[in-house]
Design a protein around this ligand. Structure first.
Ligand code: RAT
Ligand code: ZN
Length: 412
């Protein structure tokens, strides 16, 4: 006879309430890293997603000037255009601000940002950080670390006490993309790379990767790649991944993350907001996974069209781990779809989401919104499981959620 099952809805809600999320891809940094630390209303309101939406409402010839204004003036324009204007703020990025302000006890329908600015200015960075981590249910965030970035690099060379809630990830774009552009920057750091992709260059890049994975205690290395990225190929980035990154990942026993499908700067006037996307031929991933069975690959792909194929590829290759609904996919309708197909094709062996937060406060909405989209999908699957005759327990649900939102098996 069928046993009365647990209330799945309640079990999922409790599991998320009790679990501290490990957010494996963000652009967040602790206050100890000076100008890298971004928080508060002005940074939040000038998030590039919102600036793009503001630019849609500005006359074309004003977009460039808008981007040149000081941050607080840009924030005032964004606020006036998108929140105090003549349309409801229902885009995902706009809704996010409403969620953040409500979470902080502020009136999101305010005429200006003064109340929010006051609250932020009256709170120390330490208290603000604690408040955001506490309220968002996030336990750890992985950073995006670029030692070649002039604003970031000196922090690491000079040393500082790293808040243990922040963990390192070595981002490779600026060291490897568009070779030989990175040569001078690498040389300035003492790495004797050459313009040619020679054995010396490979050796020195591997030394760079080793040194910085060590210094950062990097959880993984990551690179973002365009839709036309191919492997194997004589193209420089592909060669450097093969000769330097994949062997380093193998030898150090850390994953190599590939974030694929970004077309940088289709509209340069929009600055950070000027990037777009395209779909990728996943036969390249099959070849990589087959050639490097002893490297674990974390994969996030930008095009919606690639998501089902990514699940299928991950079924074929246990060293491929899909993670997150990246950037333009980080919208509830698409998260629901991707979550369902991942659970159906991969069970719990994937990392369902990351936040990609750039501003600390964004943790307050990115996770609330994601979990609001993901929870009903999980509830549905658990109900299917119960209906099929599985005596599900609250402990099962807790364990699965801890696995899927705790970094995933490749990051243990
Ligand atoms: O989502 C974003 O904010 C993008 O600009 C990028 O940061 C992207 O997530 C990346 O990591 O390249
Ligand atoms: Zn990112």
């Amino acid at each position: 006879m069928a046993q009365p099952g647990i209330d799945v809805h309640q079990a999922v809600e409790n599991a998320f309430r009790d679990h501290k999320i490990v957010d494996i891809h963000t652009h967040l940094y602790p206050a100890e890293m000076g100008s890298m630390y971004l928080a508060g209303p002005d940074n939040l309101i000038t998030y590039h997603y919102l600036k793009v939406e503001t630019s849609r409402n500005l006359p074309l010839n004003e977009v460039e000037g808008f981007n040149l204004l000081p941050t607080d003036q840009q924030a005032d324009i964004v606020w006036k255009t998108l929140f105090a204007g003549d349309a409801s703020p229902i885009s995902e990025a706009q809704l996010g601000i409403v969620t953040v302000m409500s979470a902080l006890g502020l009136n999101p329908r305010a005429a200006d940002l003064s109340e929010f600015r006051q609250l932020y200015n009256d709170t120390s960075a330490e208290d603000y950080t604690n408040l955001v981590f506490e309220k968002s249910g996030v336990g750890k965030v992985y950073m995006t670390n670029d030692p070649l970035d002039p604003a970031e690099g000196p922090n690491w060379t000079n040393g500082f006490d790293l808040d243990p809630r922040f963990e390192g990830v070595l981002r490779l774009d600026s060291a490897l993309m568009n070779w030989p552009d990175p040569v001078e920057k690498l040389k300035a750091q003492g790495y004797q790379v050459e313009t040619a992709l020679s054995e010396t260059t490979f050796r020195e890049i591997r030394r760079y990767l080793d040194d910085w994975c060590g210094k950062l205690k990097a959880r993984y290395m990551a690179i973002s790649l365009p839709p036309d990225f191919t492997y194997p190929s004589d193209e420089t980035t592909s060669t450097l991944l093969k000769e330097c990154v994949f062997p380093t990942a193998r030898d150090r026993g850390i994953p190599s993350a590939m974030m694929v499908g970004v077309t940088r700067q289709v509209n340069p006037a929009l600055k950070d907001g000027g990037d777009s996307l395209g779909s990728w031929d996943l036969r390249n991933l099959e070849r990589i996974a087959l050639d490097w069975p002893d490297v674990n690959f974390l994969l996030t792909i930008l095009s919606r069209e690639n998501q089902h194929e990514l699940c299928v590829t991950a079924r074929k290759f246990p060293n491929v781990m899909p993670f997150g609904c990246w950037w333009f996919l980080n919208n509830p309708s698409i998260i629901r779809e991707i979550t369902a197909e991942r659970l159906e094709l991969l069970g719990t062996s994937c990392v369902l989401q990351h936040s990609d937060a750039r501003i600390l406060d964004q943790l307050l909405y990115k996770w609330t919104h994601s979990l609001r989209a993901i929870s009903p999908v999980l509830v549905n699957k658990y109900e299917d499981l119960q209906n099929a005759g599985w005596p599900l327990t609250a402990e099962d649900v807790k364990r699965d959620i801890a696995n899927m939102f705790g970094g995933g098996r490749l990051l243990d």
